[in-house]
Write a protein that binds this ligand. Structure first.
Ligand code: SF4
Length: 104
């Protein structure tokens, strides 16, 4: 969940100012840290369904995770497992495009 100080201070993350999770939409902040994984994910999915910057959020998480090598939480409506699968799909697509020089 991006906070406003973080968004103001980070170049290229101005989109986070429009994040639904930073505007108190839906469940309270404690629900993002509930003991139940199902509840945490349900909270995140509710917020993302009302979020105008979900694509930017997803791409930001994917970029950071590609560097740090670990995934956690729900960003852009994707769980860690969902982003892992998306990353694999992108790698497969990149390999196909590379092997065909982008022409099919
Ligand atoms: S997609 Fe979810 S985590 Fe990302 S900014 Fe929007 S509400 Fe927050």
């Amino acid at each position: 969940m991006p906070d406003l100080e973080w968004a103001h201070g980070a170049d290229g993350r101005e989109w986070a100012l429009d994040a639904a999770c930073g505007k108190g939409i839906g469940p309270g902040p404690d629900d993002f840290h509930a003991k139940s994984r199902a509840k945490r994910e349900a909270t995140a999915r509710f917020c993302v369904s009302h979020c105008a910057v979900r694509l930017q959020c997803l791409e930001d998480a994917m970029r950071i995770e590609a560097v740090c090598g670990s995934r956690f939480g729900v960003y852009g409506g994707y769980t860690a497992a969902g982003r892992d699968e998306l990353a694999r799909q992108r790698q497969r697509m990149a390999a196909v495009l590379e092997s065909t020089d982008g022409v099919r």
